[in-house]
Design a protein around this ligand. Structure first.
Ligand code: MG
Length: 318
């Protein structure tokens, strides 16, 4: 159980996290990827530290991601069910009503921060920018990603996607159909992605150096804000079919955002949503945050999103 938000995120008993590689290139790129051997051995408490060291940049050829001696990775996707989060977020700690909860929460987040920092190094070494995309369910993340993958791939810009959902590979299949390399993380009862799941997904995805990795987090405006994945940017998506006041109702999420995307603006004539007021609310919890208005369905405003991604990439590889 996740000691921070109480969700059963796959850590500990349940081990409910699954990672499924659907990417086409995965079939030929991951075979030589030493870290491909995520067969669960590295995910118990003991193996984890060892594995983490393999990921900290002391690696030799970029194939150190979680290297655990399984350099002869058995084969391509789909990966075996990952025990990815086992031991990752709770450490088996016992939550009691006497205050231990706070200690556990600090430990969970500290461990996540450490893994996120390693992910950040791993990505930077490959000139890859990862953007963590968060929203309520139904805000249009997957539709936005489909269009992004289609249009950027068409311009020769490599884009890969990590899909996070509690269940199903439906969104990953949509991204695959749009032409993107993709892996699906299913969190089971978990309500957010964490840095370890992201590391395992990156391992399976094996994104091309210099590419863009878009991470669709689990639809939820609360817990994903707490968990750094090692990303180079955070985008929060809100749709005009939601309340104008979302930014002040969920200030923690909007406070950590680098970008707020107001999506489905083609529906503005039909709904009671005030984009100017929403933008003011977003600014009130995160002064200076960039706000874009787009329709992933019609394509309006999408060039601004692509410009933002390019700018993020320029900053990251500078
Ligand atoms: Mg989705």
């Amino acid at each position: 159980m996740c000691g921070t938000c109480g969700c059963a995120d796959g850590g500990g008993e349940g081990g409910g996290t699954r990672i499924t590689g659907l990417t086409r290139s995965h079939a030929h790129s991951n075979g030589g990827h030493a870290q491909g051997g995520h067969d669960g051995h590295g995910h118990d408490g003991h193996g984890h530290d060892h594995e983490a060291r393999g990921h900290d940049g002391h690696g030799h050829d970029g194939h150190d991601h979680g290297g655990h001696g399984h350099g002869h990775a058995p084969g391509p996707a789909p990966l075996p069910p990952s025990a990815a989060a086992a031991g990752a977020t709770g450490g088996g700690g016992t939550v009691t009503p006497d205050g231990e909860t706070v200690t556990l929460e600090q430990r969970v987040l500290a461990k996540n921060e450490d893994l996120a920092a390693r992910n950040r190094v791993w990505l930077a070494e490959r000139d890859i920018v990862a953007v963590n995309m968060m929203s309520s369910p139904g805000a249009g993340k997957t539709t936005l990603l489909e269009r992004t993958v289609r249009e950027l791939t068409g311009r020769g810009r490599p884009v890969a996607v990590i899909e996070g959902d509690q269940e199903t590979t439906l969104d990953a299949e949509r991204i695959g159909a749009a032409g993107g390399d993709v892996v699906q993380i299913n969190t089971g009862a978990g309500c957010h992605l964490d840095a370890e799941m992201t590391r395992d997904a990156l391992t399976a995805l094996a994104p091309t150096p210099g590419s863009l990795v878009l991470v669709e987090n689990v639809g939820n405006l609360v817990c994903p804000a707490l968990f750094d994945l090692g990303e180079g940017g955070r985008a929060v998506i809100i749709s005009v079919t939601e309340g104008t006041d979302k930014p002040i109702k969920y200030p923690h999420m909007f406070a950590v955002a680098d970008l707020v995307i107001i999506n489905k603006i083609d529906l503005l004539p039909y709904v009671d949503f005030d984009p100017d007021q929403c933008e003011k609310y977003a600014m009130s919890v995160n002064p200076g945050v960039r706000v874009l208005r787009v329709s992933a369905t019609t394509g309006e405003g999408m060039p601004d999103w692509y410009d933002w991604l390019d700018e993020r990439h320029r900053q990251a590889v500078r």
